[in-house]
Ligand binder design. Sequence first.
Ligand code: BTN
Length: 262
Amino acid sequence: MPDLLQTRRFGRDARWLKSAGSTNAEALGWAAEGVPEGALVGTDHQTAGRGRQGREWRDSPGHNLLFSIVLRPSIPTNRIGLIPLAAGLAVAEAIEQQTGLSPILKWPNDVLLADRKVCGVLLEGQFQTRSASDNLMVLGIGLNVNQVDFDPAIAGNATSLSLESGQIVPRQPLLAELLHRLEKHYESLPLDNGASVRAHFEKRMAGIGRMVSVAFSYSENSIAGTVLGVADDGALRLRTSEGVEILHAGEITLATANPLVS
Ligand code: BTN
């Protein structure tokens, strides 16, 4: 793997574990010891993989990419939402480069193939408003690479690169490509205030220009509108009957037939 790496920092310090509870938890512990930005913890299997909104993230051992990167972001607090977007974008580009498949991005951070989820991203940690040097975050990425059997509860909404391409996909070159793209997009954030990440994200954005419904975990109400794109801080821009709304959370569903998976 080191000989495949094209990065300056991402993945240069690395721990690969046969099995772990959660790589996000491992990386947070390692980060607290002062490891540099870009350090990576990966594993072949998680026994307590964490998903968004308290969900579990399950895997079939030895088949997928499951890893976390230590970040010490120096961008303004209100731009932190751009980091998961940069991650989804890096994943989509690496998939395309390595397999020829063309993933789309479901705001805020799901990567989809054939309307099914192939990758999830989870950003955790502490963000200090006073001193950027105290920021300590981990970016966890779970990418279904060669898994072909999924838990019946998610089978209809999940897929893998192998299922979509009909081939076994080598994990190491894919990881090296992904880290290269991730480092590039992450490092662009303080340089152009996220303009490049937003523009590239919108080109692959699921539902853009279409009517969608956005549901919220904290409310029974949903909002209908047309997806306009991504706001400066990574929020969703939606045109509704009231005007343009900026949403910082929510689950998008297409207003027609195929719902985008969660
Ligand atoms: C989601 O719910 O979509 C986010 C899933 C994130 C899963 C990854 S796997 C590696 C890292 N470690 C974890 O415990 N979770 C993330």
